[in-house]
Ligand binder design. Structure first.
Ligand code: TXA
Ligand code: MG
Length: 366
């Protein structure tokens, strides 16, 4: 198969072409605000099966279904987010919801869609079992990237899409990353430039006794807790109030999200996370002594201390730029052929929680 690549900004026909490929059951890689996704018609079981084959992804790892805003236009103004949940239920993408699930999903959708939040909800009748890996829940998100939204709207179907990388490899944040992993295995790549957030969406499970984060990601725990904190149970009904207390979210590191294998999000080289610049330099020295080739992923603030060392990939100044550049840095140092990648740990708050999670997984052995 020849993979066709389109620069979306230069080729206006790219999106209608790619939408037709989706409708015909083909595979299209496209940018979202988090990472590039590998999309297929979520209502077509054969198309979804092609995703698993192209990625060499295990069939027990469910896909995220990407939806667009419901098209409600009143007096020239577009309304969507508030009614998105009803739209999902009406389209039978989502099944029967409890009062709590409905209230919390509605609140989160209004606050954060379109955006980097994936909600796990009861599976509706129209979703083929292969998409959810046989589960009775479905993960749904409305991406914020204009190319993703245009592709969903033009194709007219929800799009099932995992990250567009080979299974177990780090997620792609550029079209070139997608091609490096999947060229010749998929029909189309829509090149929309580097993805703005650079780290995957936060996966939040609303089907358990209380909401639980299955994967920290582009939307912070603190933002979700703040939004959910306004919902309380009152006389058997879920209502909002102005009390400031938060809904503390648990984190499930278990089998709940089978894609979260420890050794995931990993470069080919061994990844080692150190606690300080001093430790970084000491470990570098020690590994050099053993003849290992070492690459460094550093912050701007560490550049002076590391001026004599190379190869070095500078991630940037703050958590936002580290998230944006982390996967590109891991891929670049892998391509440079190093044996070990050294990186300093980040503070695990806000977006830092997702970064710390990916570094921990990338460094996990086995
Ligand atoms: O930002 C993102 O989420 C990107 C872009 C393309 O949208 N997608 C992405 O997909 O990262 P993927 O397949 O690489 O990761 C999806 C995660 C996996 O950990 C999977 O196990 C989990 O979501 N997941 C999907 N459906 C689930 C379900 N029904 N229950 C629990 N976890 C689920
Ligand atoms: Mg993935």
């Amino acid at each position: 198969m020849i993979t066709r690549v389109f620069d979306v900004s230069a080729e206006p026909t790219a999106i209608p072409f790619a939408a037709e490929v989706i409708r015909q059951g083909g595979l299209v890689a496209f940018p979202t605000e988090t990472v590039y996704g590998l999309g297929a018609d979520a209502l077509n079981a054969d198309a979804a099966a092609r995703i698993f084959a192209a990625k060499q992804r295990a069939l027990n790892d469910p896909l995220i279904v990407h939806v667009g805003p419901p098209l409600v236009v009143v007096a020239g103004m577009r309304f969507g987010r508030a009614s998105a949940l009803n739209d999902l239920v009406r389209q039978q993408l989502v099944g029967a919801l409890s009062a709590r699930q409905r209230a919390q999903a509605q609140q989160l959708i209004q606050a954060f869609w379109p955006g980097p939040l994936t909600l796990v909800l009861p599976r509706g009748a129209r979703i083929p079992p292969i998409v959810t890996a046989g589960r009775d829940t479905v993960a749904i998100r409305m991406p914020r990237h204009p190319i993703a939204l245009a592709l969903i709207e033009t194709s007219g179907v929800p799009i099932a899409a995992p990250s567009a990388n080979r299974f177990g490899h780090v997620s792609p944040t550029t079209a070139q990353h997608v091609l490096d992993d999947l060229s010749g295995r998929i029909d189309v790549v829509l090149d929309g430039g580097p993805t703005p957030i650079g780290i995957e969406s936060t996966v939040l499970d609303l089907t358990g006794d209380s909401p639980a984060i299955l994967r920290p990601g582009g939307l912070s725990r603190q933002d979700i807790e703040r939004a959910l904190g306004r919902w309380t149970m009152d006389d058997g009904r879920w209502t909002t109030d102005d009390r400031p207390e938060h809904t503390a979210l648990s984190t499930e590191h278990s089998v709940a999200s089978p894609g979260m294998l420890a050794k995931h999000y990993a470069p080919r080289a061994e990844l080692r996370v150190v606690r300080s610049t001093a430790e970084l330099l000491a470990v570098h020295q020690q590994l050099m002594g053993h003849g290992r080739r070492i690459g460094l992923l550093i912050l701007e603030a560490q550049q002076d201390a590391c001026a004599d060392l190379q190869p070095v990939f500078v991630l940037g100044r703050d958590a936002d730029s580290v998230a944006q550049n982390l996967y590109a840095g891991l891929r670049a140092l892998d391509s440079a052929g190093v044996d070990v990648i050294l990186v300093s740990e980040v503070e695990a708050t806000g977006l830092g929680e997702a970064i710390a999670d990916r570094l921990r997984r990338g460094a996990a052995k086995g």
